[in-house]
Design a protein around this ligand. Structure first.
Ligand code: XIL
Length: 452
């Protein structure tokens, strides 16, 4: 950004005064910028740390975090039957392809989700009248086509999703009612034929602890193994409630492992009644850590995938009214205590969050061919500021062109922004945000920001 000499001199004076005033204040950078990314910690342990993603969001800060922090992606909706074949014989692979391409570009695994389910099916399928021969053909063709499309590129498939009721009986679905319980073996066999290298899973919820439902799943897997039906793993979705991690989680994972199958935590989120408070977020950290630790403790547990990494991309508020804040990042992409819980469980030595601090969080809010809009949020908790300065260094030639609600100067790669006359005060529990436009080319990595 161009500035006149006099305004530079003026700012320098302000900076020096500001710096002196700020030295005594606590300073912290966002955890995702300061600590090793979760995927590095997971790689070191031979584990998966994954996230469900929405393809259209994989740019800007969302894309940066998805690519930098996770070593596995699961399409949240893009591979479901209703998404890929909304009209019979008319296919839409755009979002699914985009996610697989993104994952490959970022050295990530992909978990396919999901082939045979009672939900999110196209209406032509659910409203049709089918003989069992037709239904079987439809299911097998669907599996052959979708699994075949990504042959050799996906690490695993959730072949059958949510086959059980809470009491351990089979759920009455289109598939069960038309084909009997054998639809599961048929589906697994078709998936193996279409991609012999993908690990094949049955995935369900409320099967994290030892209970009637998980025991039904256990008995099914045992009998499939005995019959020689291809089954490689079970997915424990783990849509959990705050403070309710089942105490038998590790024991349950271990009993499946002892059957000779892998176990994956496939859809982890931990929801709470809103609003989130500091105490609830601390409990959530404990819960996330406990879940990931239980998986790390069992060698056949491949890892954990969170069902959306940010509270701005979570299904919880829509599905459980009044509940939310279920993921490890808040809506503004700031890592929550839950993030540190995951890092700790993966062997990270995260610095404990300071008791009182002001933090600056940098995010890209939109991005196009040559430019982007970014914002920095300065938030205080247990501390306050009367003026502020945020610094960062661009790693890929980005150039600020314009800033608002702050005065920003860029010298080479170094950017320094100070408060406007009217927003220097950040009270305890409060925050201020400023924005800017900048140019980029090639890549637009997130810089580490420092406040002070
Ligand atoms: C959810 C998606 O996250 C939502 O966007 C969608 O509206 C409904 O489905 N169990 C599963 C997932 O296996 O596919 C579900 O995903 C959440 C519950």
């Amino acid at each position: 950004m161009r500035t006149s000499r006099s305004s530079l001199r003026h700012r320098l004076t302000t900076l020096l005064t500001g710096a002196a005033a700020l030295t005594a204040l606590l300073v912290a950078a966002p955890a995702h910028a300061a600590d090793p990314p979760l995927r590095d910690l997971a790689d070191a342990k031979g584990k998966v740390i994954g996230t469900a993603v929405t393809g259209s969001k994989l740019t800007g800060t969302y894309g940066q975090i998805a690519g930098a922090e996770f070593n596995s992606l699961t399409p949240g909706n893009a591979m479901k039957w209703g998404s890929v074949e909304p009209t019979r014989g008319t296919f839409n692979w755009t979002e699914a392809d985009q996610i697989v391409d993104f994952a490959e570009a970022h050295g990530q695994q992909v978990r396919g989700h999901t082939l045979v389910w009672h939900s999110q099916n196209p209406s032509w399928l659910t409203n049709g009248t089918w003989t069992s021969a037709q239904l079987s053909q439809l299911m097998n063709d669907h599996i052959a086509l979708e699994v075949g499309r990504y042959k050799g590129r996906l690490a695993a498939w959730d072949v059958v999703n949510e086959p059980f009721n809470e009491d351990g009986t089979y759920r009455q679905t289109l598939w069960y009612n038309g084909l009997g319980a054998d639809y599961i073996a048929q589906a697994l066999t078709a998936a193996r034929a279409a991609d012999p290298s993908a690990k094949l899973y049955i995935n369900d919820y409320n099967v994290e602890g030892v209970n009637a439902k998980s025991t039904a799943l256990y008995n099914l897997v045992k009998s499939l193994k005995e019959r020689g039906v291809p089954i490689d793993g079970v997915g424990l979705q783990a849509h959990l409630i705050l403070g309710q991690v089942p105490s038998s989680l590790q024991q349950n994972i271990q009993r499946f492992a002892d059957l000779g199958v892998d176990v994956a935590i496939t859809e982890l989120d931990i929801r709470m009644q809103l609003p989130a408070t500091e105490a609830k977020l601390a409990q959530q950290r404990t819960d996330y850590e406990a879940v990931v630790k239980a998986c790390v403790a069992v060698s056949r547990c491949t890892g954990a995938t969170v069902w959306g990494f940010t509270d701005s991309d979570s299904w919880i508020p829509d599905t459980f009214p009044g509940q939310g804040a279920a993921t490890p990042y808040d809506e503004n992409y700031a890592p929550k205590p839950a993030y540190s819980g995951i890092a700790t469980a993966l062997g990270g030595t995260t610095t404990p969050p300071p008791t009182g601090a002001c933090t600056a969080t940098y995010s890209v809010t939109s991005q196009w061919n040559t430019g982007f809009t970014g914002q920095v949020r300065i938030a205080c908790s247990g501390a306050s500021l009367s003026s502020w300065r945020v610094n960062w260094t661009y790693g890929a030639g980005q150039q600020i062109t314009q800033a608002w609600s702050a005065t920003c100067a860029q010298t080479g790669a170094a950017v320094s922004c100070t408060n406007a006359s009217w927003n220097g005060t950040v009270p305890n529990g409060g925050s201020v945000t400023f924005g800017f436009n900048a140019n980029w080319s090639g890549s637009n990595p997130l810089p580490t920001v420092t406040l002070g």
